[in-house]
Design a protein around this ligand. Sequence first.
Ligand SMILES: O=C(O)[C@H]1O[C@H](OP(=O)(O)OP(=O)(O)OC[C@H]2O[C@@H](n3ccc(=O)[nH]c3=O)[C@H](O)[C@@H]2O)[C@H](O)[C@@H](O)[C@H]1O
Length: 403
Amino acid sequence: MPSLEDELFPSTPGKFKIDRGHNINRQFHRCFASTSTMFIWALFLIALTASYLSFQSFVDSGNRYFTASWGGIQWEKQIRNSAKTNRPGGMSVLVTGAAGFIGSHVSLALKKRGDGVVGLDNFNNYYDPSLKKARQSLLHSQAILVVEGDLNDVKLMAKLFDLVAFTHVMHLAAQAGVRYAMENPSSYVHSNIAGLVTLLETCKSANPQPAIVWASSSSVYGLNDKVPFSELDRTDQPASLYAATKKAGEEITHTYNHIYGLAITGLRFFTVYGPWGRPDMAYFSFTRNILQGKTITIYRGKNKADLARDFTYIDDIVKGCLGSLDTSGRSTGSGGKKRGPAPYRNFNLGNTTPVKVPTLVNILEKHLRVKAKRKIVEMPGNGDVPYTHANISLARREFGALA
Ligand SMILES: O=C(O)[C@H]1O[C@H](OP(=O)(O)OP(=O)(O)OC[C@H]2O[C@@H](n3ccc(=O)[nH]c3=O)[C@H](O)[C@@H]2O)[C@H](O)[C@@H](O)[C@H]1O
């Protein structure tokens, strides 16, 4: 019968040559010569473990303190100040994606007319975050606070609604870009699906519930070939994961409108451009490359057809966003329960005059006074669509948007 000692120590030769029998006992006794010494050792070990654990929790809480970019009395005061309205009947608006291109413009326009604005942005590095920081500073100079945090942070979202009874949410935070979805698909799910649901969950439970206006996209029309695109056209053939997440957003928001009585407006933006724009967009990257003497790649569709976009200027989009907020209607629910039907709307916001991509390059050449080095290639199967063209009669009718 193997002894306990035999069972505890492997019989195969290994790194540790076991000195059996007396030696083991001797070693054991050398360490724990008596019960009293054993007791002291045990105490020592307990003390060591306890101090390690408390040190760990100190480090953890320290990390929480130092890495958290929100929280504290001062921060709460700043939030309340930023949300304060400055006109009779003014709105208190939570603008998500406030350090983004459209978010920063909309925030400034709201503040300018006397509405209260609190911004939220996760400052991700899809493009250089220093541009987002610069926009944040611009907003800060107009007394708009942009909180650094993620939509998926349930505690932060709840805290913001604890501090301010937002009347409206302008939800512009998203993973943008059509072609990048092939490189980083999960970022679209994280922001455009999970983040949207977290926001809606927060809004549904808020008391009072805010009305929500959010950024959908022209890309929901996907392979639709009926032009100009009308809200009545089919949107069940997305050409990219980006488009699919925006289309999913329209379905998800409909559900929250239906179950919880949230007033919801989706805005289908058509390729927005302007100052403080996104460096990943063609007008921006073409300009940079032309100035640096680099070759630009211009995609072309089937049968050598030029691609075209209904490029829309930011000021028109801002008008559409404010018009949507002003006509959003009210959410009817409270405490997570629907009390009656609430408005659910989707609008195109576009220029209504598509421009071919080579024409865009001609315009840039003219203004930059530099000839572009063009490389024309077949449009790769990366989610692009050949053209976009908005019909905006619905938006015009509802709030006289744009021109
Ligand atoms: O309306 C939208 O819903 C979307 O608009 C925008 O997407 P797009 O319309 O694809 O804009 P953008 O990249 O500027 O490409 C413009 C044109 O240049 C072509 N293009 C582009 C890059 C290139 O290297 N070559 C090229 O020919 C390209 O094929 C295209 O024909 C937003 O980025 C997106 O987030 C979403 O909001």
